[in-house]
Ligand binder design. Structure first.
Ligand SMILES: [Zn+2]
Length: 330
């Protein structure tokens, strides 16, 4: 009996031990499995990280290519359409789809640069212009699409004096004050579009410097007068704006697209009501004394004056009072 009992006790102890060992083995197995899974996951994560890194690099490359492109061209949804009315100087850009596979970009952009898709204010390199005819860089477009969206309710409002079909959106090249070639834009009366294109082509050929040419809508404050002030403060050259003349109720020739203001900082609008000059933009302080000849000041000796007047324009600098040195009209 005792022996039997002892045997049973031994058996029980052994079972207990076996259970303990099994538990330990299972625990070790579990830990091992966990470690293996962990290692596997870590490897997978590092793989994903690497892929992410590669994707980021690819994205950076793409982004730099995109910004390179958009610097010189590419504003796809602002591709104004030429109107088939004889005054447009160029053709429509015929489907300039690129495959996107090019790695060099350089030769591609040289071949595909067109004023139609070039953004106003963008710089144009000599390489880009190498295969482009100068005449194709001075173009006139009907006002619609993105351009219309930009001006509607700002420089253009429905009015009894001028309709959209009587206006044209022009894109031209000009030299800026760093003597780099830049894209300019302006809106003018359709009757004068040809004149303006010829004038700006002549100015360009003479490497005449204009600081910038953006639509006045880029400086819009809510109404014409102060927008004009802000555009002048930025020394921006602009033409059309449906507004009344400075200090009066009459319609300005700018409202009809028949007047343009060139480099207003160096060529301010000055009145002499009390014998002393009054002007409106403090950036023009150094340019009130017209005897002090300085760069970009328009005078009778200036090629800008000569080209505009050769096209039948009159110059505000020839008025008695006010003197509007920036202003040409026809
Ligand atoms: Zn003016």
């Amino acid at each position: 009996m005792v022996k039997k009992k002892q045997k049973a006790l031994k058996k029980k102890a052994f079972q207990k031990k076996a259970l303990k060992i099994t538990g330990m083995v299972l625990f070790v197995l579990f830990i091992t499995a966990a470690l293996v899974v962990n290692a596997f996951l870590l490897k997978k994560v590092s793989g994903l990280k690497q892929e992410l890194e590669q994707a980021r690099e690819a994205q950076a490359v793409l982004q730099s290519q995109i910004s390179e492109l958009s610097e010189t061209s590419a504003e796809p949804d602002r591709k104004p359409e030429t109107e088939g009315n004889g005054e447009t100087t160029g053709k429509e850009p015929a489907g300039e789809e690129t495959t996107g596979e090019e790695t060099t970009g350089e030769t591609e952009s040289k071949a595909s640069w067109k004023i139609d898709t070039a953004k106003a204010g963008s710089l144009v390199s000599k390489t880009q212009l190498a295969n482009v005819k100068t005449a194709d860089c001075f173009k006139s477009y009907a006002i619609k699409g993105e351009v219309l969206k930009r001006i509607n309710g700002k420089s253009y409002v429905e009015n009894p004096d001028i309709s959209l079909s009587q206006l044209r959106y022009l894109k031209v090249l000009h030299y800026n004050f760093s003597h780099k070639v830049q894209v300019g834009e302006l809106i003018v009366n359709a009757e004068l579009a040809k004149d303006y294109l010829e004038i700006f082509e002549e100015l360009y050929e003479n490497q005449y410097e204009i600081q910038s040419m953006y639509l006045i809508d880029d400086f819009w404050t809510g109404e014409g007068q102060s927008s004009d002030h802000d555009s002048m403060q930025a020394n921006n050259t602009s033409a059309f704006c449906y507004r009344t003349i400075t200090g009066g109720g009459a319609l300005s020739n700018h409202a009809l697209g028949r007047a343009i203001d060139i480099n207003p900082q160096q060529n301010p609008y000055v009145t002499y009501a009390n014998g002393t000059p009054t002007w409106y933009n403090d950036n023009a302080d150094d340019y009130i004394d017209r005897n002090k000849k300085q760069d970009h000041m328009i005078s009778h000796e200036d090629i800008c004056y000569q080209i505009f007047t050769a096209h039948g324009f009159t110059w505000g600098g020839d008025w008695d009072d006010p003197k509007d040195y920036q202003h040409f009209e026809k």
